[in-house]
Write a protein that binds this ligand. Structure first.
Ligand code: ATP
Ligand code: MG
Length: 577
């Protein structure tokens, strides 16, 4: 099927990337090669993937994972998974487990699974060190006051009245903060850097806040928690990370990342932060906060709803992990934020599924087709014939299966027209078509209900065309899929449209959730060939002529359409020259 050819060329290029040939051209690889040449890390390459366990991973995270794990592997280094669990209010072990699971599903194995909370004690000790060096102070002001004093671009910051507090007093107060002597929000620990800095991040950032909340790992042991800026670089340093990759919005944090590390006696060489562009896709939102809202509102059925861009959602929909990593490797790591067409990702999904998925016949909008001249057995029952059909033309090793054919079949309602419009070459009265792999049939008549709807089509078959070809060489313009009514199984199919109807959700209103497509799922009752009863939950098969469908992991005989057969990405590329 030529529309299955997809982006074979692109995938070839991606395979080459696995041995570094493509990725070697990106700026991060260039920096690592430079560091190896100067011996900055004595040849060591260590990265980490640092998600906050406050939601499920999404397609954007797949890019970061591919970068963090892929680059470490390219240079013979290692990559840790670090759960950045410093906000107990929003975090949960459910998310931790899903993150670990998703990374394994993508095919990566962390060298270590670490938690920022493993370092709470060490981070605390280092904070005391800063205080003793008069580089951090306890501020008694509330969050609003501190925030107002930060100033803005072109607006100088105002120094806190507590800024020059004596280190001994700061130390006493910080210990009292830790010991739970103050109310939540009553005090914070701030770095003492520069309230006039052009870089807002350096205007005495908060390092610790008081927060009585139960932590999923440390329980109620701590009532103070480090901020991202205090936890992140220091955790990198404690683990021995060399190259700490993050997305571009953290670029402005880099001077602070460096400042913190420069104050401390590090166990390894100082890590460096490198920023790359986020992955955004058309018709897609990759903010955990907004994805959570879709779940909480009931817009979707859960984090693993097949319309969600979460890895659990894409997986349930039938996206192969290999297609996701191939796509991420293909788009590469760069410094310019851009939005990729979702069709480009789908092209990778289609290419991979074309290679691996078995072909089956399913009729998603069934219409009965009765063959009036079909033979009967001596007992008066319709004869059943069995046809041998290939499981996957892309892979002969996938073998064949026997498919029953009888006097009553189901075909797609769309494949019949009582009065055919121009260029309609499928079945209509007097027209002969091929039933895939079986016989040529010609429609003769229709049966309608009282409302005038067609409920049954009658036809005759030509017994000389067994296998689908006429001995006299006459041609038909159309080949249609079918299932035997007597043998078909009932199934439910979910067809999905874009979850967001606009290419850039929220572009006009500022709120992406305003652009949720209210009709993103259509459920149909179908008739499918019996072999689909044996399809494993989670397996993706091609329904011939209809697309790729993934059997649900829980609900029996429910299939999610993963992606259609048409390569829309090829058309988009053609249009844009
Ligand atoms: P959110 O703001 O939606 O919670 P986040 O960026 O804070 O997302 P984290 O769990 O902190 O999510 O992210 C873990 C890692 O994944 C970070 O290094 C982050 O930069 C990276 N990441 C997150 N989203 C994307 C994306 N869309 N594209 C590429 N990398 C991403
Ligand atoms: Mg975050």
């Amino acid at each position: 099927m030529n529309n299955d050819a997809g982006v074979a060329g692109d995938v070839g290029a991606t395979r080459r990337a696995a041995d570094g040939a493509i990725r070697a051209g990106d700026f991060i690889a260039a920096k690592i090669r430079e560091d190896n040449a100067t011996g900055l890390y004595r040849g060591r390459v260590q990265t980490r993937f640092p998600p906050e366990p406050n939601g499920y991973l999404h397609i954007g995270h797949a890019k970061a994972i591919t970068a963090d794990f892929g680059i470490a592997a390219d240079f013979g280094g290692s990559c840790n998974l670090r759960l950045d669990d410093t906000n107990p209010d929003t975090e949960d072990v459910e998310y931790v487990e899903s993150i670990i699971d998703d990374i394994a599903w993508l095919g990566y194995t962390p060298a270590n699974v670490c938690y920022a909370s493993d370092y709470f004690e060490a981070l605390y000790e280092w904070a005391e060190l800063l205080i003793r060096d008069a580089k951090a102070y306890v501020d008694d002001q509330d969050a609003e006051t501190i925030s107002a004093q930060r100033g803005g671009f072109g607006k100088p910051g105002v120094e806190s009245p507590y800024r020059e507090r004596d280190p001994e007093e700061n130390l006493r107060l910080f210990r009292a903060m830790r010991d739970g002597e103050f109310a939540d929000g009553a005090r914070v620990l701030r770095a003492k850097i520069d309230m006039q800095s052009e870089n807002m991040q350096l205007r005495d950032p908060v390092l610790y806040r008081i927060r009585r909340s139960h932590h999923h790992r440390t329980g109620d042991k701590w009532v103070i928690y480090p901020t991202y800026d205090w936890a992140h670089g220091q955790s990198d340093a404690l683990e021995g990370v060399t190259h700490s990759m993050c997305t571009l919005e953290f670029e402005a944090h880099r001077p602070l990342y460096d400042w913190c590390l420069e104050q401390l006696p590090l166990p390894y060489e100082k890590p460096q932060q490198l920023e790359f562009a986020r992955l955004e896709l058309t018709h897609t939102v990759t903010s955990k906060r907004r994805l959570r809202k879709l779940v909480d509102d009931g817009t979707v059925t859960g984090w693993d709803d097949p319309r969600m861009p979460t890895l659990v959602g894409l997986r349930r929909r039938g996206y192969p992990a290999a297609a996701i990593t191939a796509f991420c490797t293909h788009i590469g790591i760069n410094k310019t934020n851009s939005r990729h067409a979702i069709e480009e990702l789908e092209a990778f999904v289609r290419t991979e599924l074309n290679r691996v998925s078995l072909r089956r016949m399913a009729v998603i909008n069934p219409l009965r087709l009765v063959i009036d001249n079909w033979p009967q057995t001596e007992e008066g029952a319709p004869v059943v014939e069995w046809f041998t059909l290939g499981n996957n033309p892309e892979n002969p090793d996938d073998g064949t299966r026997s498919v029953p054919f009888g006097g009553v079949l189901y075909i797609e309602r769309d494949d019949f027209a009582e009065v055919p419009p121009p260029k309609f070459f499928r079945l209509s009265p007097g027209r002969e078509v091929r039933l895939r792999g079986a016989y040529l049939v010609s429609a003769t008549d229709v049966v309608k209900d009282e409302a005038g709807n067609i409920i049954e089509v009658h036809c005759t078959y030509d017994p000389a065309t067994r296998g689908g070809d006429a001995p006299d060489g006459r041609k038909v313009k159309s080949t249609m899929h079918w299932v035997s009514a007597e043998h078909a199984l009932d199934a439910t199919v979910n067809l999905y449209e874009r979850l967001f109807s606009t290419e850039v959700p929220g572009e006009s209103t500022g709120e992406p959730l305003d652009d949720v497509n209210p009709d993103s799922c259509t459920t149909l009752n179908c008739k499918v060939e019996a072999a689909l009863g044996d399809t494993a939950p989670g397996e993706v098969v091609q329904f011939e002529r209809l697309g790729y469908f993934c059997k649900d992991g829980q609900t029996p005989m429910l299939f999610h359409r993963t992606v259609g057969l048409k390569d829309e990405w090829a058309n988009i590329r053609k249009r844009s020259g």
